[in-house]
Design a protein around this ligand. Structure first.
Ligand SMILES: Nc1ncnc2c1ncn2[C@@H]1O[C@H](COP(=O)(O)OP(=O)(O)OP(=O)(O)O)[C@@H](O)[C@H]1O
Ligand SMILES: [Mg+2]
Length: 254
């Protein structure tokens, strides 16, 4: 589904900065993988390269048999719309639009008929428990609701790969739990592959696998067994083994 081969990233500038070194990662269809690592370790850089918002300096990205970085502009735009969904930490909603308009935005770009758009939006809003706020503006809703709207928007075109950067970053623990359960259900019912960056070991414990990166390099990975609780403790142990600057894991909820 997703294969990264020796992906490296050097940010050019007055002083060049090497953010990623030789990252090899493979994700199967329908797998749910979390990426963790201290602040500045290169997690967002990696997600930006996979989402084609940024290009790798060297190395290769293949998604569903295709290297999107080699596509021409129009083909790339289509590829991104068909294959990829994004959930950003700051939600990235458009404040001049209603919740419903935000959700159907990816379909608008594809020229989907209005009736079909509304039906799809309604179905996904029902699933996410946000159908009562469809006509509100995004500044009239709570953070947890905004996060669900962002998920609805990322899901409405049924992407094969969903990329999420800190999807629970701004949420309290109840809302974070709801969001994680939603992501798991999308992952299980639609077989959507899921790649999620998170600082939160509780959120990461919902994944099938956690990949740890440190200083731009793969550090280790652990797989979930039967129990999420046991996985959660394994994740915490790995994080403390890796160290960090102490502030990184402030969101730990035990
Ligand atoms: N556009 C840029 N130009 C130069 N350096 C950058 C740029 N973007 C990120 N960096 C540097 O690359 C490194 C990795 O940044 P990145 O945003 O990927 O970290 P992160 O793991 O997502 O951190 P956080 O957990 O704080 O979000 C950091 O040292 C950062 O300062
Ligand atoms: Mg980041």
């Amino acid at each position: 589904m997703l294969k990264l081969t020796k992906v490296s990233k050097v940010y050019e500038g007055k002083v060049a900065y090497r953010a990623l070194t030789d990252i090899n990662v493979e994700i199967e269809k329908g797998e749910f993988v979390a990426i963790m690592g201290p602040s500045g370790s290169g997690k967002t850089t990696l997600l930006n390269i996979i989402s084609t918002n940024d290009a790798p300096t060297t190395g290769e990205v293949v998604i569903d048999g295709e290297n999107p970085h080699k596509l021409k502009k129009n083909a790339l735009a289509k590829f991104r719309r068909n294959e990829l969904g994004f959930i950003f930490q700051d939600f990235n909603l458009l404040h001049t639009l209603t919740v419903e308009e935000n959700i159907v935005l990816p379909l608008t770009l594809d020229g989907t008929p209005v009736k079909e758009m509304k039906e799809k939006a309604q179905k996904i809003a029902d699933t996410l428990g946000i159908s009562s706020i469809m006509h509100k503006r995004t500044y009239e809703i709570s953070g947890g609701q905004a996060q669900r709207v962002a998920i609805a928007r990322a899901m409405i075109h049924e992407p094969r790969l969903l990329l999420a950067d800190e999807p629970t970053g701004n949420l309290d623990s109840k809302a974070a739990k709801d969001v994680m359960n939603m992501l798991v259900s999308i992952n299980e019912t639609e077989k959507t592959s899921l790649l999620m960056v998170t600082h939160d070991p509780q959120a990461a414990s919902y994944a099938n696998r956690v990949i740890f990166i440190r200083d731009g390099k793969l550090h280790s990975e652990i797989h979930r067994g039967e129990s999420r609780q046991a996985f959660f403790h394994k994740i915490i142990d790995m994080l403390s083994l890796m160290g960090g600057d102490g502030n990184d894991f402030s969101s730990i909820r035990v």
